[in-house]
Ligand binder design. Structure first.
Ligand SMILES: [Zn+2]
Length: 311
């Protein structure tokens, strides 16, 4: 089906208390793996294009691949700009057909982040396209625990930021770190809870590859509706590729080497979609199944609505 906007997908996830998986469409094989997994799991999915991928492949080619593959399946697919760096880049993405944008001004002074985010939101909303913003900094590996703590999102500031910018979803810094290769991090769940009490829009978790599963599930309970996964897929792809090359050192048909790498990524996407409670949310006709009764039981409550999709 044609690409859909992130608005409807995230709103549905927000009401049904699960998270949509957002995976980076870094190359054709990974893109195919993500889509096949999401279609088999009957899960909505967000395919995103990040800065390093834009440097590697440009903006228009990944976008065209995502658009093409989305039209071949009957699940909702969103094309999202990940960590947009400027107003101009967001305009470019909008004109290229992205159905969800992001401006990451987290490294800017607070008021400057508000100013540019507001401009991007106004521009995007004039075309009916939603915008994710970031407040607090989700850092890269190599930082200290103190640096991570100091970069976390302040709940009061988040409320002011969302109200003033009009952004549609908010990436929060709550203890995760980009590009972690071990699953060791625990999120500051009290902080997620505090933010969700002051901010009504869907929250986004970046850097999930290094976060313990229980912690991700608790964050979903408190309003995280989009979970970004990148490193975990890259590890699978490169690991399987390396094994294939070692097993067949004389093989020059890279398609034969890429095939097991693609399969390995697909399995990890399926695992994440199930973990996030996204599996089974889309009916055979491509529509959202009716969300379960909204519950705000919180962590430790009787149910968080995960993995209990109902018609
Ligand atoms: Zn990120």
């Amino acid at each position: 089906m044609p690409l859909v906007r992130s608005t409807e997908v995230l709103q549905y996830a927000h009401e049904a208390r699960f998270a949509v998986g957002a995976f980076n469409a870094d190359n054709m094989e990974i893109l195919q793996a993500i889509i096949e997994a999401a279609e088999e799991e009957r899960a909505p999915v967000i395919l995103q294009v990040s800065g390093p991928t834009i440097l590697y492949a440009g903006l228009t080619l990944p976008a065209a691949m995502v658009r093409t593959i989305a039209e071949e399946v009957d699940i909702p697919v969103v094309l999202h700009l990940d960590h947009g760096i400027s107003f101009a880049q967001n305009v470019h993405a909008l004109r290229t057909g992205f159905t969800s944008l992001m401006f990451d001004g987290s490294r800017l002074p607070y008021e400057e982040n508000i100013n540019i985010t507001t401009q991007v939101v106004q521009m995007a909303h004039s075309a009916g396209i939603p915008v994710e913003a970031e407040l607090g900094k989700v850092l890269q590996t190599g930082v200290t625990a103190r640096e991570v703590a100091n970069a976390m999102t302040e709940p009061d500031e988040a409320a002011d930021f969302v109200q003033r910018t009009g952004c549609d979803s908010l990436a929060v810094a709550v203890g995760s770190i980009h590009a972690m290769t071990d699953r060791q991090a625990e999120l500051d769940i009290d902080r997620v809870h505090s933010i969700s009490e002051q901010v009504a829009i869907p929250l986004v978790l970046h850097g999930s590859s290094g976060v313990k599963h229980e912690s991700v599930l608790e964050a979903i309970t408190y309003g995280v509706c989009k979970v970004n996964v990148s490193t975990y897929l890259k590890q699978a792809f490169v690991g399987a590729l390396r094994d294939a090359m070692q097993a067949e050192p004389a093989e020059v048909d890279f398609r034969k080497l890429f095939t097991p790498a693609r399969e390995a990524v697909k399995e990890r996407v399926r695992e994440k979609l199930r973990l996030f409670g996204a599996s089974g949310r889309i009916s055979g006709t491509g529509a959202f199944r009716s969300p379960p009764v909204q519950r705000r039981s919180g962590a430790g409550g009787a149910s968080n609505g995960i993995n209990d999709a109902v018609d």
